[in-house]
Design a protein around this ligand. Structure first.
Ligand SMILES: Cc1cc2nc3c(=O)[nH]c(=O)nc-3n(C[C@H](O)[C@H](O)[C@H](O)COP(=O)(O)OP(=O)(O)OC[C@H]3O[C@@H](n4cnc5c(N)ncnc54)[C@H](O)[C@@H]3O)c2cc1C
Length: 381
């Protein structure tokens, strides 16, 4: 991956914006178990951080995917996984399908304001009875003239209490399994829609997660993203963006966590010297850092393949799987090296440990990554 001076300037500018707009509020937002999405997103939209790769005609920056890699790494480095996740839902999880397949009218109405940060978006796929098995979703959209009438429930939806619109996956045909689903832009102002519950979580406290209910909610057929009946396939493509940004973000966060831990150990004295003088600790940090570096370069290979227009399913699957596993390991070691302080709620590392657990679950679990990979690599009977 060739990073130029322009990339470096972009990295510094992203770091500066996040330092200014997010860092001072992290404790307050974590405590409140929500962050002001509209206020923050407007500031980030004005800074040009949303829609990096999107068409300038709709307010995007028209940049290539290498800039998304940098955005992800810096979101991770920021040290607040909840807000990082909320931002990447807006940039790389809820909007790629709309950009890729949406009609110009739909993009004008929903993508453009999302890029400006004036509308908050969510991706609504998971249901109480269907998570890993996306083909099992039951939320149904039935055609009535030029409208869809939608009934169902979605759960674990990030930004769910604050979203202005959802990229909703619903069943629009009678065919079962992977067929007969569509992606629909669903405005949350639609009568019949409600947030049934805001969910309390183990980590990522600053991010709101919700259960959503749809009762005879009507939206225009024209809100369908791309082709009716191709929703599953379009969502699978969108998942690749989700898994890529998750892996890029993980690298930034793990690198920062190892460095912060080393700083602590340089100061912390035991047995007459800094703990960082202990060879066991040095070697462990060095080895984990080497693993982060391997993942970073694997991510870069993935990004390059994506920029060449190749299918990055295998790259994204492996990157997401390894990132989830490594983040858990690094969270555990960093906490361990902080001793009792690591267990205290006031310490950044206890939050890092809790937050990091999500990566092996959200956006497809480790087991789902292995399921995809075993099929791709022919490890099936
Ligand atoms: C904080 C948070 C935020 C989220 N945000 C969103 C969001 O914004 N939008 C959205 O749509 N979803 C969101 N999700 C949902 C997330 O994508 C799902 O939780 C995830 O895909 C797993 O689905 P599930 O929870 O139903 O687990 P299940 O599918 O019930 O899986 C339970 C366990 O069984 C394992 N398993 C499943 N299938 C297999 C198999 N074939 N072989 C072996 N093991 C298997 C799983 O790996 C897991 O360990 C979020 C989740 C969390 C926790």
């Amino acid at each position: 991956m060739l990073f130029t001076e322009e990339h470096e300037a972009f990295r510094q500018s992203v770091r500066g914006v996040l330092q200014r707009e997010v860092a001072p509020h992290v404790e307050e937002w974590e405590e409140a178990e929500i962050f002001p999405a509209h206020q923050l997103f407007k500031a980030l939209g004005a800074a040009g951080l949303f829609g990096l790769e999107y068409d300038p005609e709709f307010g995007g920056q028209g940049a290539d995917h290498s800039y998304t890699v940098i955005l992800g790494e810096e979101l991770g480095r920021m040290g607040c996984a909840g807000v990082a996740m909320a931002i990447s839902v807006q940039t790389d999880m809820a909007t790629p399908s709309l950009h890729r397949f949406g009609s110009p009218e739909l993009k004008k109405r929903y993508l453009e304001p999302a890029i400006r940060g004036e509308m908050v978006a969510s991706i609504a796929v998971t249901e109480p009875d269907a998570g890993s098995d996306v083909a099992g979703i039951r939320t149904r959209a039935v055609r009535d003239g030029d409208e869809w009438v939608i009934n169902g429930t979605k759960t674990f939806i990030t930004n769910g209490t604050q979203a202005d619109w959802l990229c909703l996956l619903a069943r629009t045909g009678d065919e079962g399994g992977y067929r007969g689903m569509s992606q629909i832009v669903f405005p949350t102002s639609t009568p019949g829609f409600s947030v049934s519950r805001k969910l309390a979580k183990l980590g990522n406290h600053s991010s709101d997660t919700a259960e959503l209910s749809f009762v005879d909610a009507r939206v225009p057929i024209a809100n369908t993203i791309g082709s009716i009946g191709r929703g599953f396939q379009q969502q699978m493509a969108q998942f690749q963006n989700e898994r890529m940004i998750a892996a890029y973000t993980a690298v930034g966060s793990m690198d920062a966590a190892l460095r912060r831990t080393a700083e602590y150990l340089r100061e912390r004295q035991a047995f007459g010297e800094p703990l960082l003088s202990k060879q066991f600790i040095q070697f462990k940090l060095a080895e984990l850092s080497a693993e982060v570096d391997m993942l970073r370069h694997y991510n870069y290979a993935c990004a390059e393949a994506y920029m060449r227009g190749e299918d990055t399913t295998r790259f994204a699957t492996i990157a997401k799987l390894k990132a989830g596993r490594l983040q858990r390991e690094i969270g555990d070691w960093c906490l361990q090296f902080h001793g009792g302080m690591g267990y205290m709620a006031e310490t950044w590392v206890s939050r890092y440990f809790r937050d990091g657990r999500l990566l092996s679950i959200g956006g497809g679990t480790d087991e789902v990554m292995l399921y995809v990979l075993s099929k791709l690599d022919g490890f099936t009977a």
